[in-house]
Design a binder for this molecule. Structure first.
Ligand code: PMV
Length: 334
């Protein structure tokens, strides 16, 4: 029996300009383009072993058998890769992450970026980053961006061929720090796949999408100029716009808990007092506090003193998804 195995690692990302809602749910063609920073220090490592003649796939996450829903989603993604490679073999997949899943730290971005790279390689495909980004997108939209490190832009595109991410600026050009204020480790009630499908039920979505090119241009300009005040203004505005859409969808989605608001308000007060920090929230209660490099240590201390903080994860810009020689025998400590 022949086995073809590959192992890959990928990091999650925080969206500075958010993706919310699809123009095509099946292909995950987004309603608007988005920009993110890949998060260093957080990683998902995934091994894919295709075995000739094997029927069906198996999946373990952090050493435990995955739920039927997770296995179905992974199998669907493997089907897309098997189709491209022209193979029929079933796969044994194991995956391990060093950060909480399903709570607004883009766990699916890292998971599908690592799965795409490992599965494509194990299936014998040798694809460039653009092709990998297009495939990863179909597993989870934000995974298209986690194929790359540093600052990344996903252009919406009007077709499968046109919708992929690309490097916007290397992380080393402006080593911002994302301090993730974890206020809950609970799995969110509504997943983002469900949320994207509701976006169009909000009357605010059309206005959010129509204004996206302006916000994308503003974010690009702020990154290139390393202008923190300019970046903070557009990042916070964009986050509020997405949450306004979520809250006004039918049914409504409210990802915030009281501790989320406490952190957002503290960050606003610190910035008003002259500290270079801003807040953005993905589809979960945890608050990503983006800091200029020199401000990060002080902000970290202030965050840890706030009530309701479970932990603060410190993430500099991270690396692109890459292959590893083997699945490590124990998780790398953060
Ligand atoms: O990739 P998904 O389907 O998990 O959607 C991600 C949505 C947000 O994290 C809320 C925004 C974004 O652009 O990452």
């Amino acid at each position: 029996m022949r086995e073809n195995t590959a192992v890959a690692v990928a990091s999650p990302n925080i969206a500075l300009i958010k993706y919310w809602g699809n123009r095509d749910d099946a292909l995950r063609l987004p309603a608007n383009g988005s920009i993110s920073m890949t998060l260093g220090g957080l990683e998902t490592i995934t091994e894919v072993a295709f075995t000739e003649g094997r029927r069906g796939d198996a999946l373990t996450i952090n050493g435990r058998p995955a739920s039927p829903d997770s296995l179905r989603r992974v199998s669907q993604h493997l089907d897309a890769i098997r189709e491209i490679a022209g193979i029929g073999a079933g796969a044994q997949v194991r995956s391990r992450s060093n950060f909480p899943a399903g709570s607004g730290i883009a766990s699916s971005a890292a998971a599908f970026a690592a799965l795409t790279l490992a599965a494509a390689h194990a299936a014998g495909l040798r694809l460039d980053a653009r092709a990998l980004s297009r495939i990863a997108r179909r597993g989870s939209g934000s995974a298209s961006r986690s194929i790359f490190g540093g600052f990344v832009e996903w252009q919406a595109g009007a077709s499968d061929e046109e919708s992929f991410a690309a490097l916007l600026m290397p992380g080393g050009d402006w080593p911002l720090v994302d301090l993730v204020a974890v206020v809950s480790r609970k799995r969110k009630a509504a997943g983002s796949t469900e949320g994207h499908a509701l976006a169009a039920t909000s009357p605010i979505q059309a206005a959010r999408v129509a204004d996206a090119p302006r916000r994308l241009a503003e974010c690009r300009a702020a990154l290139r100029a390393r202008d923190f005040a300019r970046l903070a203004a557009v990042v916070e505005h964009d986050s509020y716009l997405m949450h306004a859409v979520m809250m006004t969808s039918r049914p409504s989605l409210l990802y915030w808990i009281p501790d989320t608001v406490r952190v957002i308000q503290a960050v606003a007060a610190w910035r008003a007092a002259g500290l270079e920090v801003c807040a953005t929230v993905d589809a979960g209660p945890n608050v990503h506090c983006l800091c200029a490099p020199a401000a990060a240590a002080g902000i970290g201390r202030r965050l840890r003193r706030l009530p309701g903080i479970v932990e603060v994860l410190r993430c500099p810009p991270g690396s692109e998804a890459r292959l590893l020689p083997r699945f490590p025998s124990s998780a790398k400590p953060r």
